[in-house]
Design a protein around this ligand. Structure first.
Ligand code: GLN
Length: 251
């Protein structure tokens, strides 16, 4: 017979985890969709099945979501989704308050905050889950980033944004930049951490090179849903190789 756990005879799933990608149509640049693929694959390695859902502007918000994830977008994409985001703001705030793990990258990170005032003076209101504000400038912050986090170790990624984000007192930075700019050109923080939300300017996409962040989202989701999380035996040597390559890149 085929040994248990071989591709022909996979072990029974320990359960399903529902991942909702927010606004993939308008907010998905520099490969941010890759974050969803990483969660799906790592969930499989840990023995869980991923169910991937999408929410675009105008859709009915799905029920029973375990992880929310959303990417970056051009200022114009952010304008397109702003109304839909506002109409789901109360629900998103309550999911966040309940501890639903969320990953918000760049353009969505900005809109999880209080507002984004773009370079041309347009104010896009945010949903205030994160105590941050963002001001567009004429300068774009572009390049490879390394940022140190006590929680996740070194975080590697790539930034490209004109918005400069400033944290209020009710949110903490995700990490401290050791290469690149991060949230803004004046301070050395990158991203934000609050509740079970990880927010970051970093593309790449972020999760392939940062499995500690991916597994944080998975662990929180599985623990909330099933009471405990037993990680699988995951081989992260490729991610390690990618991290070493990224660390050696110039800005
Ligand atoms: N449009 C926003 C900015 O330029 C976000 C860009 C992004 O998501 N990469 O600041």
């Amino acid at each position: 017979g085929t040994p248990a756990g071989s591709p022909a005879n996979p072990p029974a799933s320990k359960g399903a985890v529902r991942i909702l990608q927010l606004y993939p149509r308008d907010m998905n640049i520099y490969g941010d969709w890759g974050n969803v693929l990483v969660l799906k694959q790592r969930l499989a390695w840990h023995g869980y099945e991923a169910v991937i859902l999408e929410h675009n502007a105008g859709d009915t918000f799905p029920s029973d979501v375990d992880i929310l994830i959303g990417g970056g977008g051009q200022d114009s994409g952010q304008v397109v989704i702003q109304q839909d985001l506002q109409s789901n703001a109360a629900h998103l705030r309550s999911l966040a308050g309940d501890g639903t793990p969320m990953l918000a990258i760049c353009g969505l990170y900005q809109l999880f905050g209080n507002f984004f005032k773009t370079h041309d003076g347009t104010v896009i209101p945010g949903i205030g889950i994160l105590d941050i504000e963002t001001h567009g400038g004429s300068e774009r912050l572009i390049g490879n980033v390394v940022a140190r986090s006590e929680e996740f170790g070194d975080i590697h990624g790539y930034e490209n944004h004109s918005g400069q984000t400033f944290l209020g007192p009710n949110v903490r930075p995700l990490a401290t930049v050791t290469k690149g700019e991060g949230n803004n050109s004046k301070e050395d923080h990158e991203g934000a951490r609050h509740l079970n939300i990880v927010a970051s300017y970093l593309h790449g996409s972020l999760l392939p090179k940062n499995p500690a962040v991916a597994d944080f989202l998975i662990r929180e989701a599985v623990t909330r849903k099933y009471g405990s999380f037993e990680p699988g035996d995951v081989d992260d040597s490729l991610a390690e190789l990618a991290r070493r390559h990224a660390a050696a890149r110039p800005r």
